[in-house]
Design a protein. Structure first.
Length: 255
């Protein structure tokens, strides 16, 4: 998040701060302060100024290549970060598929499955967050799979602050697409971008975001504002895997 700058402090604020215990003033940026019975105050944690998570990089073009498999490749990255041994191609094989066109002229809905051929050997397009979250739940207890699609980008930043990389949908240019199309699908209209792309957000600082790009770039630095605009245009799609309880960890190893 952007670190605010305080240019003027009122006399009242100075007095108030001087009365606070030193232990409540001096703290690390990612440390949570507890409520105290003496003061009756609840002090919220202050977000980090910058975060960078070390997430394994996978390349969708590595053999056997998935030319259109950015979504499953990005999912494989966050699964591997959480200790799950899985490949992009294994995920692609288990991903639901819908046709590009139906006999009645309607088009496939990426909210129901991958539209077309994920390998790129035939025509194909994309898949959205719903089928990806369901696929993640086949490897991780579903209670840990957090689909925060539709929420503000602060939900992505919050996940990063807690050490969770985030699967998102953006564009290949990391800019908004001025040529969106609306497809008519069996379940209603859906916005489609021919430059749609999925990446893993692994960090941020004041002006930039850092991503693992399944085209083969680790910790790629991108402009924060433009990236968020593209992400919002693509439906604010975001998924992360939260920390598990001991019971969930046991379930993960036995399933």
């Amino acid at each position: 998040m952007i670190k605010g700058r305080i240019n003027h402090i009122s006399l009242f604020s100075c007095i108030l701060i001087s009365l606070m215990p030193l232990s409540l003033i001096r703290r690390d940026s990612d440390e949570t302060e507890e409520a105290t019975a003496e003061s009756g105050m609840i002090l919220r944690s202050v977000p980090s100024v910058a975060v960078r998570l070390d997430v394994p990089l996978l390349n969708q073009l590595d053999p056997p290549a998935l030319l259109l498999g950015c979504e499953v490749t990005s999912l494989a990255m966050i699964l591997q970060y959480n200790g799950v041994t899985v490949t992009k191609n294994e995920l692609a094989d288990r991903l639901p598929v819908v046709p590009i066109y139906y006999e009645n002229g309607l088009q496939g809905n990426p909210n129901e499955g991958f539209v077309g051929d994920v390998t790129g050997s035939d025509y194909g397009f994309c898949v959205y967050h719903g089928p990806i979250a369901s696929l993640a739940s086949e490897y991780i207890p579903s209670a840990r799979v957090e689909d925060v699609s539709g929420q503000d980008f602060t939900s992505v930043i919050s996940a990063l602050d807690r050490g969770f990389p985030v699967w998102v949908v953006t564009t290949t240019t990391f800019l908004p697409d001025d040529a969106l199309e609306v497809w008519q699908t069996p379940t209603g209209p859906v916005n489609i971008s021919y430059i749609m792309h999925s990446v893993v957000v692994v960090g941020y600082d004041a002006d930039s975001l850092y991503i693992n790009n399944p085209y083969g770039q680790k910790d790629q630095k991108v402009d924060r504002r433009n990236f968020i605009l593209a992400w919002e245009q693509m439906g604010k799609q975001a998924i992360y895997i939260a920390a598990g309880t001991p019971d969930q960890a046991e379930m993960q190893t036995t399933e």
